[in-house]
Design a protein around this ligand. Structure first.
Ligand code: COA
Length: 248
């Protein structure tokens, strides 16, 4: 019997949809799925036909975080494997920021631990009404370590600490209030909304869209005066953009 791929990809009109496909495990991130996702995101970034990306989950979950069944082999006496896993997770959690194209998370259910980290690492995140977010690592006797930087970046410190210290789950409405997502939509409209948004982003002149994403993430990590300087440089360069693409 041939096994279903753990990552599905589908392209239409410049939009690449990447679907985590371990629905029976709520798309928990085992080695194979994490590697598959990293590869699919990199391939989308390298593909000139792709102008925007959607990441979503098959079934009733977006992503239940690290596959807890792999914890039995991730022990100090397997340090090489532990290091490889940490590097792979780090690569996934930091990848979207370094991609040139905008990536939208369509969060269709549970987004826990690394799943929540993946969702908020995307440039935009839409949540279905049944989406749930949480960082339960502490309950497993581990730490929400690699996802911490993204969480602290997106959420106020008091709320972020509460999430990682209690491990509590928040619903989509609270996630919106906390700034984890851009908006909440009815479950059956999630993918259509994500596609509409992706198509709108894909329709923009590509060099302007890509430079917007790049400077956004650069400025977010800079002190104000340095961000302003970077803006000045880009402002001077961007005048050439309109000549390269046909712009209204
Ligand atoms: N790793 C591996 N398998 C997982 C998983 C994970 N992180 N999360 C869910 N699954 C599996 C369950 O074991 C179950 O598989 P089974 O049917 O073979 O037993 C299946 O996915 C469905 O999960 P289930 O717990 O029955 O669904 P639920 O709706 O009752 O609960 C959650 C959903 C997300 C609350 C619950 O699955 C959960 O707490 N998962 C762990 C989340 C987590 O701690 N993630 C961070 C790890 S550091």
């Amino acid at each position: 019997m041939t096994q279903e791929p753990v990552v599905l990809t589908q392209a239409a009109d410049g939009v690449q949809t990447i679907t985590l496909n371990r629905p029976d495990k709520l798309n928990a991130l085992n080695f194979a799925l994490t590697e598959g996702l990293v590869a699919a995101l990199k391939a989308a970034d390298a593909d000139e036909a792709v102008r925007a990306v959607i990441v979503t989950g098959a079934g009733r979950g977006f992503c239940a975080g690290a596959d807890t069944r792999e914890f039995v082999v991730l022990t100090p006496d397997n340090q090489e494997l532990v290091d490889r896993r940490a590097a792979l997770t780090t690569e996934l959690q930091g990848l979207v920021k370094h991609m040139s194209k905008p990536v939208i998370a369509a969060v269709n259910g549970y987004a826990m631990g690394g799943g929540s980290g993946l969702a908020i690492s995307c440039d935009l995140a839409l949540a279905s009404e049944s989406a749930r977010f949480g960082y339960p690592e502490v309950k497993h006797g581990i730490v929400a370590a690699i996802v911490m930087a993204g969480l602290v970046e997106h959420v106020g410190r008091k709320a972020a600490f509460e999430l990682v210290a209690t491990g509590r789950t928040v619903d989509a409405t609270e996630a919106l209030k906390l700034g984890l997502v851009n908006r909440v939509v009815p479950d059956d409209e999630l993918l259509a909304e994500a596609e509409e948004l992706a198509l709108a982003l894909a329709a923009h002149p590509q060099n302007a869209m890509q430079a917007t994403k790049k400077i956004f993430h650069q400025v977010a990590e800079l002190p104000f005066s340095e961000g302003l300087k970077l803006g000045q440089q880009l402002n001077a360069q961007m005048r050439a953009f309109r000549q390269k693409e046909q712009v209204a």
